[in-house]
Write a protein that binds this ligand. Structure first.
Ligand code: FES
Length: 63
């Protein structure tokens, strides 16, 4: 079986990494708080906020 495994980025809110990338791109987000507002990721324990910041950095530098 070739099942594509999607990475969960935020376990608290069950948000996938590709979902976070999408909201960053679609809304041109530049801060972790903005991402939390749009998809809830990072709004609870905060353990994934560093990862969200890394994704923002990647999306900003990935033209
Ligand atoms: S893992 Fe994202 S807020 Fe807890």
């Amino acid at each position: 079986m070739s099942e594509v495994r999607r990475e969960i980025l935020c376990r608290c809110c069950f948000v996938f990494e590709d979902t976070v990338r999408e909201v960053i791109q679609e809304n041109e987000l530049t801060t972790v708080d903005q991402v939390s507002y749009h998809c809830n990721a990072g709004s609870r324990c905060g353990g994934c906020r560093k990862k969200i910041a890394e994704l923002i950095e990647e999306e900003l530098t990935d033209e």
